[in-house]
Design a protein around this ligand. Structure first.
Ligand SMILES: [Zn+2]
Length: 388
């Protein structure tokens, strides 16, 4: 009898331990308000090593793109996992296996990821071209941009029934890109920020030639429901760069650059990026800009970002294809220029359409209290205030 009681107690104790354990593993980031610790959000980052398996990607003289991508992807994930708190890294592939292009965004969406980073190596019909560039999803009428996207999308041909699986999408036709959904539009600002940070790291810390942030229709970025970028780490067709991309040092540096950009991006999301509104030479215009933005404290305004540049452009209509209502925003070491100023999102969208012929890559951004607010957050806040 006494044994039975002991066993019973022991059993209860075990259950208690099990419950505690479950509480611990199921809510690793939550903390009770009683202990006064601020709740930290758990983040999920999906790292996609481009190509793999039956698709080697671009070919160099000593290596294959898929192997370089995998090595850099795994190192990036390692750096992130070891150095950023409350983060889970998910890989679309961890070895030389075949993953269909359309499954890669699905993996990220299913995991409800906060970031999607696709890692690639560039190629071109010239041994001279070198440097790193980071892509975000967008419409591009630029032939060179389209060519990079088409190359990365081309693997679709290797898959059976590609025309059914990809809804008639033809990677060789630029018209196909028009049918891309606008899902990524609401993440364009955040994707650009992350992409800019990656490029800055590449340029300043890894001594890479900076080919800037660009946009085009990449299948792999097209259907993700989170900020997403595609990194072209360098040219496999440039002998020196191919050597660098295959070296342990090169891979380490590139991976740590991507990691630092992610870390800074996440830190900024936590503390909301602060933007210094550029002072114009023209005092009237300067006051106008600042007053206009400051005078509506707490209100969300929509603008249409037309260009981003590492160098400063003087604000005058001839520098902006005739547009006069331009605001300059300096952030992430880059100058952003936005046109218009609308309290209503649909007005900004209409304005974007209106200037589509002169600025086909333009997109809508949201501004609140002198800060750029992620568009999806802005739309959510608008919806809430309209309901009340
Ligand atoms: Zn690639």
């Amino acid at each position: 009898m006494s044994t039975g009681i002991k066993n019973g107690k022991h059993h209860t104790f075990n259950i208690y331990i099990v419950i505690l354990f479950f509480l611990f593993i199921t809510s690793p980031t939550s903390s009770s308000p009683a202990n006064g610790i601020k709740e930290e959000k758990h983040r999920v980052i999906v790292i996609d090593a481009g190509h793999g398996g039956k698709d080697p990607g671009a070919l160099g003289s000593i290596s294959r793109e898929s192997d370089i991508n995998l090595a850099i992807a795994l190192k990036t994930g390692e750096y992130i996992q070891q150095n950023i708190k409350n983060v889970t890294v998910i890989y679309t592939r961890k070895d030389d296996s075949t993953v269909e292009l359309r499954d890669r965004p699905k993996i990220a969406n299913k995991a409800n990821a906060d970031l999607f980073i696709s890692i690639h190596t560039n190629s071109i019909n010239s041994k001279k071209v070198m440097g790193a560039e980071t892509w975000i999803m967008g419409y591009s009428k630029d032939q060179q941009n389209l060519e990079v996207a088409m190359k990365e999308n081309e693997v679709i041909y290797l898959e059976k029934d590609y025309s059914t699986k990809y809804g008639g999408f033809d990677p060789k036709s630029s018209e196909s890109f028009i049918m891309f959904s606008t899902t990524q539009k609401v993440f364009q600002e955040e994707s650009t920020d992350l992409a800019s940070k990656i490029q800055t790291e590449f340029r300043e810390r890894v001594n890479r030639s900076d080919r800037d942030v660009k946009q085009a229709g990449f299948w792999v970025l097209y259907n993700t429901k989170m900020p997403s970028v595609l990194v072209e780490t360098g040219f496999i067709t440039n002998p020196a760069e191919e050597k660098y991309l295959n070296s342990k040092e090169g891979q380490d540096y590139l991976a740590s650059a991507i990691f630092r950009a992610c870390r800074d991006y996440l830190n900024e999301i936590e503390s909301k990026s602060s933007i210094s509104w550029e002072k114009n030479q023209d005092t009237a215009q300067k006051n106008d800009t600042i007053t206009r933005v400051n005078s509506q404290t707490g209100e969300i305004l929509f603008m249409v970002q037309v260009t981003t540049s590492v160098s400063k452009t003087e604000i005058k209509p001839e520098n902006f294809k005739g547009l006069s209502d331009i605001t300059e925003i300096f952030t992430q070491n880059r100058y952003k220029y936005a046109a218009g100023n609308f309290p209503d999102y649909s007005e900004a969208v209409n304005y974007r359409k209106k200037i589509d012929t002169i600025y086909p890559d333009a997109f809508v951004i949201a501004v609140k209290d002198n800060k750029i607010l992620p568009l999806h957050q802005a739309l959510e806040q608008k919806r809430k205030t309209q309901k009340n």
